[in-house]
Write a protein that binds this ligand. Sequence first.
Ligand SMILES: [Zn+2]
Length: 154
Amino acid sequence: MPTILSCGHPITDHGPNITGYARTPDTNEKICYDCAAAAELKDMLETGRGFMYVGTMPGDGYPDYAPANEVYCVHNWTGRNKIRIGGVRAGHHNMAGYQIHFYFRYAGALWHGIQWHDRPRLSTGLYCRVYRTKQLVTEVYCVPGARMRARMGI
Ligand SMILES: [Zn+2]
């Protein structure tokens, strides 16, 4: 029998050096990666802020500088919750060189994150704070799948 976690699911399939489960911040219970990802999205909706990595996912190469047939996205620490980054804007920053603002649409709002670099491009694999702006958008590029929405209760 596989180990059943507090969320009611088995340990997530995983590589040799990771656990296959996460812990809830409040009660320290073991939960699977899907439930942890759903909880992170729920927390983002409630608080209007989150921590996400910048990565890539399949796409048409827009906006500028993404590799061919990919687009930039944000995702969580297990590579889940991928949401397409819809806009990137680089500005000069006197300490780091460049401040790269990126924007994505999620749950009817525009979200914003910032990276600091010596070049005017997004870098993948970096952990960033993201914030919900007050700007509402009706068009959503990427929404959680049906199974994830059911878990989130939305
Ligand atoms: Zn679970």
